[in-house]
Write a protein that binds this ligand. Structure first.
Ligand SMILES: [Zn+2]
Length: 135
Protein backbone atom coordinates (compact mmCIF):
# COMPACT_ATOMS: atom_id res chain seq x y z
CA UNK A 1 0.00 0.00 0.00
CA UNK A 2 1.27 3.45 -0.84
CA UNK A 3 0.60 6.46 1.34
CA UNK A 4 1.19 9.98 0.27
CA UNK A 5 2.70 12.08 2.99
CA UNK A 6 2.50 11.86 6.72
CA UNK A 7 -0.73 13.38 8.03
CA UNK A 8 1.12 14.35 11.20
CA UNK A 9 3.96 16.09 9.40
CA UNK A 10 2.30 19.33 8.35
CA UNK A 11 1.11 22.26 10.37
CA UNK A 12 -1.99 21.45 12.38
CA UNK A 13 -3.99 24.49 11.62
CA UNK A 14 -2.58 26.45 8.74
CA UNK A 15 -3.69 26.94 5.18
CA UNK A 16 -1.30 26.44 2.33
CA UNK A 17 -1.29 29.41 -0.01
CA UNK A 18 0.77 27.72 -2.67
CA UNK A 19 4.46 27.05 -2.80
CA UNK A 20 6.00 27.09 0.62
CA UNK A 21 3.87 29.94 1.88
CA UNK A 22 1.42 29.07 4.61
CA UNK A 23 -1.04 31.45 6.21
CA UNK A 24 0.07 31.52 9.84
CA UNK A 25 -2.43 30.61 12.52
CA UNK A 26 -2.20 34.10 14.02
CA UNK A 27 -3.18 35.70 10.69
CA UNK A 28 -6.22 33.55 10.06
CA UNK A 29 -9.79 34.50 10.92
CA UNK A 30 -12.24 31.85 12.06
CA UNK A 31 -13.57 31.50 8.53
CA UNK A 32 -10.09 30.76 7.21
CA UNK A 33 -9.54 34.08 5.49
CA UNK A 34 -6.78 36.46 6.36
CA UNK A 35 -3.65 38.17 5.21
CA UNK A 36 -0.12 37.10 6.00
CA UNK A 37 0.81 40.63 7.02
CA UNK A 38 -2.09 41.15 9.46
CA UNK A 39 -2.28 39.61 12.91
CA UNK A 40 -5.81 38.69 13.99
CA UNK A 41 -6.11 40.00 17.54
CA UNK A 42 -8.19 37.17 19.06
CA UNK A 43 -5.68 34.70 17.62
CA UNK A 44 -2.78 36.64 19.11
CA UNK A 45 -4.45 36.55 22.51
CA UNK A 46 -5.24 32.86 22.10
CA UNK A 47 -1.59 32.14 21.28
CA UNK A 48 -0.46 33.92 24.42
CA UNK A 49 -3.02 32.46 26.80
CA UNK A 50 -2.96 28.93 25.41
CA UNK A 51 0.80 29.00 24.76
CA UNK A 52 0.50 27.86 21.18
CA UNK A 53 2.65 28.83 18.21
CA UNK A 54 1.50 31.79 16.11
CA UNK A 55 2.42 29.94 12.94
CA UNK A 56 1.49 26.28 13.39
CA UNK A 57 -0.80 26.43 16.46
CA UNK A 58 1.02 23.57 18.17
CA UNK A 59 1.96 23.92 21.85
CA UNK A 60 5.00 26.07 22.48
CA UNK A 61 8.17 24.78 24.05
CA UNK A 62 11.16 26.78 25.28
CA UNK A 63 12.72 28.77 23.90
CA UNK A 64 10.08 30.70 22.02
CA UNK A 65 10.85 33.05 19.18
CA UNK A 66 9.49 36.40 18.08
CA UNK A 67 9.71 37.81 14.59
CA UNK A 68 9.65 41.47 13.69
CA UNK A 69 11.38 44.49 12.36
CA UNK A 70 14.64 45.89 13.67
CA UNK A 71 12.56 48.52 15.48
CA UNK A 72 10.57 45.74 17.14
CA UNK A 73 13.80 44.10 18.28
CA UNK A 74 15.22 47.44 19.49
CA UNK A 75 12.04 48.16 21.46
CA UNK A 76 11.73 44.55 22.60
CA UNK A 77 8.06 44.68 21.60
CA UNK A 78 6.46 42.51 18.97
CA UNK A 79 3.06 42.40 17.27
CA UNK A 80 3.29 38.81 16.05
CA UNK A 81 2.65 36.24 18.78
CA UNK A 82 5.29 33.76 19.98
CA UNK A 83 6.41 30.95 17.67
CA UNK A 84 8.62 27.92 17.61
CA UNK A 85 12.13 28.96 16.52
CA UNK A 86 11.83 26.96 13.29
CA UNK A 87 8.38 28.39 12.53
CA UNK A 88 9.75 31.88 13.15
CA UNK A 89 12.58 31.21 10.73
CA UNK A 90 10.20 29.87 8.08
CA UNK A 91 8.00 32.94 8.47
CA UNK A 92 10.89 35.38 8.48
CA UNK A 93 12.35 33.87 5.34
CA UNK A 94 9.20 34.82 3.50
CA UNK A 95 10.44 38.36 3.86
CA UNK A 96 8.09 39.28 6.66
CA UNK A 97 10.61 39.96 9.37
CA UNK A 98 14.06 41.40 9.68
CA UNK A 99 14.99 39.89 13.02
CA UNK A 100 14.27 36.93 15.24
CA UNK A 101 14.53 37.18 19.00
CA UNK A 102 14.47 34.04 21.12
CA UNK A 103 13.48 34.12 24.77
CA UNK A 104 12.63 31.88 27.68
CA UNK A 105 9.41 33.71 28.42
CA UNK A 106 7.28 36.69 27.51
CA UNK A 107 4.55 39.02 28.64
CA UNK A 108 1.49 39.97 26.66
CA UNK A 109 0.83 43.69 26.76
CA UNK A 110 -2.87 44.44 26.63
CA UNK A 111 -3.96 47.51 24.68
CA UNK A 112 -4.03 50.76 26.63
CA UNK A 113 -7.16 51.77 24.78
CA UNK A 114 -10.17 49.74 23.75
CA UNK A 115 -9.70 48.20 20.31
CA UNK A 116 -5.95 48.69 20.30
CA UNK A 117 -3.58 45.92 19.31
CA UNK A 118 -1.94 43.57 21.77
CA UNK A 119 1.83 43.33 21.85
CA UNK A 120 4.35 40.87 23.18
CA UNK A 121 7.49 41.54 25.17
CA UNK A 122 10.20 38.91 25.59
CA UNK A 123 11.34 38.99 29.22
CA UNK A 124 14.77 37.46 28.84
CA UNK A 125 16.36 37.71 25.43
CA UNK A 126 18.46 34.64 24.72
CA UNK A 127 19.46 35.50 21.20
CA UNK A 128 18.79 38.14 18.57
CA UNK A 129 19.67 37.53 14.98
CA UNK A 130 19.01 39.23 11.67
CA UNK A 131 17.26 37.18 9.02
CA UNK A 132 18.74 36.60 5.62
CA UNK A 133 15.85 36.24 3.20
CA UNK A 134 15.89 33.15 1.07
CA UNK A 135 16.33 34.13 -2.57
ZN1 LIG B 1 5.19 26.41 15.31
Amino acid sequence: MTTFGDPDAGPVDAIALGGDAVLPFACRHEDGTGSIDTVVKPRAIQCALSRVCGVCARPLTRPVAFVGSTDNADDNTFAFPPCHPQCALDLARQGLAAEIVTTGGFDMIRPSRRGGPVAFRPNSVIDRSPVMPAI
